[in-house]
Design a protein around this ligand. Structure first.
Ligand SMILES: Cc1cc2nc3c(=O)[nH]c(=O)nc-3n(C[C@H](O)[C@H](O)[C@H](O)COP(=O)(O)OP(=O)(O)OC[C@H]3O[C@@H](n4cnc5c(N)ncnc54)[C@H](O)[C@@H]3O)c2cc1C
Length: 391
């Protein structure tokens, strides 16, 4: 039997669930259609770092909004998100020093608690960090990380409490239009009719858009994460560190572990089939990430590798999402392509999407910057650093 809703969201990752929560809270009849289970895609494997370090006012404001939600999660959403405030350090090369200063000024101007640390202050904060090659570092005391699986499931539960329906193990196989407007989707469990459809399928977004004859510049790229057990004397949790000099990030993980990933634009090149890629970590990656880690955190020479895993980034040409109605006036919306940094923005994205589809006149977060047309207009979103992933 055909199900009829006001809004059908394709994808039960963090963007689909956060958007469903925001819409259901306003009394909108929403269904989330997920081909697997909630958070089973890249969301569940996210490093879930919550930092405010962004180069654009909009993304900085969105990150701050997200931080406040993670800090008050039980009250704002309900349930647990596992927010852990360890502080965040950005370590920048000499060439990027002026970018760092501009970023900090921007963050402070929107109310973010961020400041520049001298190398002496850095040494005092984390004596085991190698810092002789550093000129300056940025520090955010309130930043840290969350548990992505807990978070996405808490959002789904909260949306359910407000009446949202979840169709799990259900794949969208077609998108139907009539007179240029979307009217529904076909799924492996029957038809769902809706005048508004949101494509929140992340690394599958281009495949989903193709069902509607839309071409999206979003790739599905394989990324890896490794884990190391910290040696005796280093048991205490350390801040989240983004080391742009060695192009890696690392944060504490439960069980005395340190989780390591790369901040490397070349990660975009590992394009894979999102339904068929190697989910294990390679020995080469463990070695490479471990070597970079030791350069910044020499005590980890004595650490023990405890493996890792691979997942997917959904990457756009400028490493920022596409949030837009395509084609204009069709009711078919894209909310995908978060390029490896979407988790922390997800509370704000849910609000942005709900305001966008409900045509709120003065939204807190205007989606215009993320419009699809920016690529054709040669107006990509730029970062103050060469590392676009910082946003
Ligand atoms: C290893 C790793 C580390 C990361 N670290 C961070 C970090 O530290 N901080 C940060 O802010 N961000 C981080 N990110 C990025 C962040 O996790 C993502 O931007 C975010 O999770 C994307 O969520 P999403 O909802 O867009 O997509 P997804 O989680 O990919 O969800 C899309 C869903 O759509 C479903 N789907 C696909 N096709 C269909 C279909 N046809 N029908 C029905 N369902 C379908 C999929 O099964 C999937 O569940 C990281 C990502 C990874 C992979």
């Amino acid at each position: 039997m055909t199900k009829t809703v006001d809004v059908a969201i394709i994808g039960g990752g963090i963007m689909g669930c956060s958007t469903a929560f925001q819409l259901a809270k306003r009394g909108v009849n929403v269904a989330v259609i997920e081909k697997n289970s909630i958070g089973a895609g890249p969301t569940g494997h996210s490093s879930a770092i919550i930092r405010q370090h962004y180069s654009n006012e909009l993304t900085a404001r969105m990150a701050l909004y997200g931080l406040r939600v993670f800090q008050n999660f039980e009250e704002d959403v309900g349930g647990e998100c596992g927010y852990t405030a360890t502080g965040f350090l950005a370590l920048i090369a000499n060439a990027d020093a002026s970018g760092l200063e501009m970023n900090i000024a921007l963050q402070q101007s929107v109310g973010i608690d961020a400041s520049i640390l001298s190398t002496d202050a850095l040494k005092e904060m984390m004596p085991s960090l190698a810092s002789t090659d550093l000129i300056k570092a940025a520090y955010e005391p309130e930043s840290g990380y969350a548990d992505p699986y807990l978070t996405v499931n808490a959002y789904a539960q909260a949306a359910r409490r407000h009446g949202a329906a979840f169709l799990l193990d259900t794949k969208v196989t077609g998108v139907r239009f009539a007179d240029g407007k979307v009217v529904g989707v076909d799924t492996t469990a029957g038809a769902v009719d809706a005048p508004i459809i949101i494509n929140a399928t992340g690394a599958w977004a281009a495949e989903t858009a193709a069902l509607a004859d839309i071409s999206l510049p979003i790739t599905s790229s394989r990324v890896q994460v490794s884990l190391f057990r910290r040696p005796a004397g280093e048991e205490k949790a350390h801040p989240v560190i983004a080391d742009f000099i060695h192009a890696l990030y690392f944060r504490s993980e439960t069980g005395g572990l340190t989780l390591v990933g790369l901040i490397d634009p070349a990660e975009a090149d590992a394009i894979v089939d999102p339904d068929n890629f190697g989910k294990g970590v390679s020995d080469d990656f463990v070695l490479e990430s471990g070597e970079r880690l030791i350069k910044r955190y020499p005590a980890m020479e004595l650490s023990q590798s405890t493996g890792g895993y691979a997942s997917l980034y959904a990457i756009t040409p400028d490493w920022h999402p596409i949030i837009d109605e395509l084609p204009a006036g069709s009711g078919f919306y894209t909310c995908s392509g978060f390029s490896g940094h979407g988790f922390k923005l997800s509370p704000a994205v849910g609000l942005m999407m709900a305001d966008l589809v409900m045509k709120v006149e003065e939204p807190l977060f205007d989606a215009k910057m993320f419009r699809y047309g920016r690529f054709a207009d040669n107006d990509p979103i730029t970062s103050k650093y060469e590392y676009s992933i910082v946003g």
